[in-house]
Design a protein around this ligand. Structure first.
Ligand SMILES: Cc1cc2nc3c(=O)[nH]c(=O)nc-3n(C[C@H](O)[C@H](O)[C@H](O)COP(=O)(O)O)c2cc1C
Ligand SMILES: Nc1ncnc2c1ncn2[C@@H]1O[C@H](COP(=O)(O)OP(=O)(O)OP(=O)(O)O)[C@@H](O)[C@H]1O
Length: 298
């Protein structure tokens, strides 16, 4: 997959299949679009391009709050997911005020046509331009609209997945994503209390602008050095010890390597419980033993 910045001189000599949208998380609804695009691409023997934005379009419209920059995946993972979904050209355009002020016709002329698309694939609720029109088929290209992928609650959407993650409902998020929600971090030193508890933990710092699940205790898999290992993790202020800083820590079962400075990825599988303020470490240890059984049996 080639990653490109859109600019006026960008020109493709070949015909392409163009897919449009922001695609936070590349969830099952988005995957349906790419499946459709791949089917058309293979019949017409064409490559697939995506025109998307590095950040959420809402930053051009709303009063800024740091949450607006948070995503469901790191930028690296996002690119990987586009590639896995069959994208050949991933093209980024900043979503600016000027971009937003274009009409649908201007967007078609200035952007869509630059891709020489034979077919443009969009979702059922996709609109373009300041006039918010649906893209229409023309002599130049055909528009294929993918119907809504929904479950009992309604449309599978990035918004629903963000809400599930923020509520700690990672199992629901995973069901809607079609893969396990993950967080990449680097292992740093904590208070070294974990050893005393019988559960040494890797404390993580997260540099990606991503949504972190709600405080609590979780069954996780940990991807480290090409291996996937089961563990359990906690997010929060370690209420028993009144920590001032929120920590994300993971204990990997049957693992005793020194991993300070290493990068690992936590795959959030299920929430076990909320964080509890215990009146002593013995009750915390007893609770963690029971959590361990839950996590191992998941
Ligand atoms: C699975 C798991 C569950 C935990 N549950 C709690 C909890 O309910 N209450 C709490 O105060 N701390 C909890 N902790 C956090 C421990 O207090 C923490 O791991 C310990 O203090 C070590 O921290 P340190 O790495 O900063 O030394 C939990 C940690 C893990 C890994
Ligand atoms: N469940 C779905 N079924 C079919 N198409 C979808 C679905 N969800 C999104 N799409 C389509 O995917 C493209 C990208 O959508 P977008 O990035 O707005 O995702 P979204 O999940 O709708 O996000 P949000 O919840 O933030 O509105 C659009 O063309 C949209 O119509």
């Amino acid at each position: 997959m080639e990653v490109l910045e859109f600019n006026e001189n960008l020109k493709f000599d070949e015909n392409l299949i163009l897919v449009l949208g922001y695609f936070d998380g590349l969830h099952r609804g988005h995957q349906a679009l790419f499946k459709q695009a791949r089917e058309i691409a293979s019949v017409l023997n064409l490559k697939i391009a995506v025109l998307t934005f590095p950040e959420k379009p809402t930053i051009a419209f709303q009063k800024f709050e740091p949450d607006l920059l948070l995503k469901l995946t790191s930028d690296d993972k996002r690119a990987k997911l586009f590639a896995e979904n069959g994208v050949d050209y991933l093209v980024f355009q900043d979503f600016t005020s000027k971009f937003a002020h274009q009409t649908s016709a201007e967007f078609t002329q200035n952007f869509v046509k630059k891709f020489n698309p034979k077919v443009v694939v969009t979702g059922f609720d996709y609109t373009t331009g300041s006039d918010m029109k649906n893209l229409k088929s023309s002599d130049d290209f055909k528009v294929v609209i993918v119907p809504e992928l929904a479950d009992k609650v309604g449309k599978i959407s990035s918004t629903r997945i963000r809400d599930a993650v923020k509520a700690g409902n990672v199992a629901k998020a995973n069901e809607l994503l079609g893969y396990a929600y993950e967080t990449r971090g680097r292992v740093v030193h904590g208070f070294a209390r974990g050893r005393q508890l019988g559960y040494p933990t890797a404390n993580l710092v997260i540099k990606d602008y991503v949504h972190i699940p709600a405080a609590g205790v979780y069954t996780v898999d940990v991807a480290i050095n090409q291996k996937i290992l089961r563990g359990f993790a906690s997010i929060g202020y370690n209420d028993t010890f009144n920590n001032k800083e929120k920590t994300i820590e993971v204990h990997i079962f049957d693992f005793s390597e020194e991993i300070y400075g290493e990068e690992l990825t936590i795959l959030w599988l299920d929430k076990i419980r909320d964080m509890i303020k215990f009146d002593g470490i013995d009750s915390l240890i007893a609770q963690m033993k029971s959590d361990e059984t839950t996590a191992r049996n998941w």
